[in-house]
Design a protein around this ligand. Structure first.
Ligand code: ADP
Ligand code: MG
Length: 515
């Protein structure tokens, strides 16, 4: 069989039809609903205790810190109240020895120290003014001096309030046994208090929720954003849900498992953890490449949606598909072989380096898909260069590059169509489509705003168009697709976390008035 036919056959394995998309949406809706009712479901549907999204008119100076994997980021954000903001940032690497310290105190004292130096450097007047007042005023802190801070903590926590959450386990090379089960906000607040800093840990922040908040503040018009979605290394989404639909929250409150929470807005942001949508594979597509990727991963059977949608995995799917083609029929498929290198403008035979990343797990980065799928260069020169650079395949032919492009595009397109399943289900469930349009469906009041972040959606060519194409195929959306506005939301852990601190501070005040 000719290479082109073989490549088309493989690409066809990644087709995800209109019917599949619709089935996907129905299952997504079912799992969304299930996750709101009870714990231990496929999609976790975690209540975040954030009960409002900003509309762009919010004002004030807030702080945010982000403890990710390798760095600790501190920033202050001035919200101007007109959808714009200014931000000051500092970033320090976490010392290795603190990642495995004896006690949590050692790590959190270091974090508080960084906040102190940030304040001294960027908010000198405020900081020393406060210090002086505390010393002369007998230790009392003025409310107006306090910075409310949003704490993005990218490890698994069990959140029990807007600024309360206990550490479930460490990941990413951290290991401090002493911290497990403790409230990470309190650990940080205690060290901040020890240094007498004018800072209150107002909110524990999930980065996906931060994305939603950042988008809602910066998006045009006053319409609140419905959904924040990440398509980067991983994929996840957070959306605005009606409080009375989150029945598991009410049950937990009745059992006294969680503290009191703000109910005044009737809404709460829910963190879906949709990466684990349909782990049992009742509707998700499953090619031999998906299957072997999963089997040889560190967490087989888990994060099955993410394994078909996000940057960490798409390159690996393509690598497995190419390798399978190369090995098919005992090596008879003319991929990366000389038979069709007669067009070879390098006048040399195609060669796969012995040490090629084609033979290594995770050997192909997802950015390669963007390069190949978007290649419009003469003779697909760019893809052929990338094959050489990233996979050690020298002098690949045009036919090789065409096959690689076709397969890369098929994997990218399937990912975008799956992404559309998640977006569609949330748009449908919000009920916002049922509100009649004011004009032709594109005026500000009609818009359903969605914020997205991550290299895949940002850089994969036509990712949004591919998602939109799928949205138009979905019953319950169809031509209403044009009401969905999708925009990039940057810096969820900076401006997003600051906005959560703002909302949280309002909530805390509201609840103390009510109490
Ligand atoms: P993070 O998710 O860690 O915040 P990013 O949003 O930058 O970071 O996503 C990183 C992921 O995106 C990686 O898996 C990487 O392979 C993938 N990626 C990086 N560049 C591109 C690109 N140009 N096109 C598609 N995917 C990309
Ligand atoms: Mg990111």
């Amino acid at each position: 069989m000719a290479l082109a036919d073989e490549a088309r056959r493989v690409a066809a394995e990644f087709e995800y039809s209109a019917e599949d998309v619709n089935k996907g949406v129905r299952e997504f809706l079912r799992e969304m609903d299930e996750g709101l009712v009870k714990d231990g479901t496929s999609m976790s549907q975690i209540p975040t205790y954030v009960t409002a999204v900003p509309n762009g008119t919010e004002k004030g100076l807030y702080m945010a810190v982000d403890l990710g994997g390798t760095n600790f980021r501190v920033c202050s954000v001035q919200l101007h109240g007109n959808t714009t903001f200014s931000i000051k940032t500092s970033k320090v690497p976490i010392p290795r020895e603190l990642m495995t310290a004896e006690t949590a105190k050692e790590l959190f004292a270091f974090l508080a120290k960084q906040i102190e130096s940030f304040l001294k450097q960027h908010h000198e007047d405020h900081y020393f003014g406060h210090l002086e007042r505390v010393e002369t005023g007998g230790g009392t802190v003025r409310e107006e001096d306090i910075f409310d801070l949003g704490f993005t903590f990218s490890f698994p926590v069990h959140q029990i309030g807007i600024n309360r959450g206990t550490l479930i386990r460490w990941t990413k090379g951290f290991n401090i046994a002493d911290a497990i089960g403790k409230d990470v906000c309190k650990l940080l607040q205690d060290e901040i208090d020890e240094l007498k800093l004018p800072v209150r840990v107002a909110a524990l922040v999930n980065d996906t929720v931060g994305t939603l908040m950042a988008r809602s503040y910066t998006s045009p018009g006053k319409t609140g954003t419905l959904l924040g979605a990440i398509f980067g290394t991983g994929t996840n989404g957070a959306y605005v849900e009606k409080l009375d639909r989150i029945t598991k929250l009410k049950k937990a409150a009745e059992k006294g498992e969680i503290g009191e929470y703000d109910q005044s807005t009737g809404e709460m942001i829910v963190n879906t953890e949709w990466g684990s949508f349909d782990n049992p594979l009742s509707i998700l597509p499953n090619t031999p490449y998906d299957e072997s990727l999963d089997k040889e991963s560190v967490n087989p059977g888990i994060q099955m949606f993410e394994k078909r949608v996000s940057g960490m995995f798409l390159g690996e799917i393509v690598r497995r598909a190419l390798l399978a083609l190369l090995e098919k029929d005992g090596g008879k498929v003319p991929l990366f072989r000389d038979e069709n290198s007669n067009m070879n403008d390098m006048h040399t035979t195609t060669n796969i380096h012995d040490n090629s990343n084609l033979f290594k797990q995770w050997g192909l980065d997802t950015s390669f898909l963007s390069t190949a799928a978007g290649d419009a260069s003469q003779g697909l020169k760019i893809t052929r260069q990338a094959l050489n650079r990233e996979l050690g395949i020298s002098a690949a032919s045009i036919e090789d590059a065409e096959a690689v492009k076709l397969i890369s595009a098929a994997v990218g397109k399937r990912a975008a169509r799956l992404a559309a399943v998640a977006i569609a289900a949330i748009v449908i469930r919000s009920g916002r489509l049922e509100i009649a349009t004011v004009g032709d469906g594109t005026s500000e009041e009609d818009v359903i705003d969605v914020g997205v972040d991550g290299s895949l959606v940002e850089f994969y060519p036509g990712f949004e168009d591919l998602m939109r194409e799928a949205l138009r195929e979905i019953d319950g959306i169809k031509e209403q697709e044009k009401r969905v506005r999708i925009g990039i939301a940057k810096d969820g852990s900076g401006v997003g976390a600051s906005l959560i601190a703002l909302v949280a501070a309002k909530q805390i005040r509201r609840m103390s008035v009510a109490a």
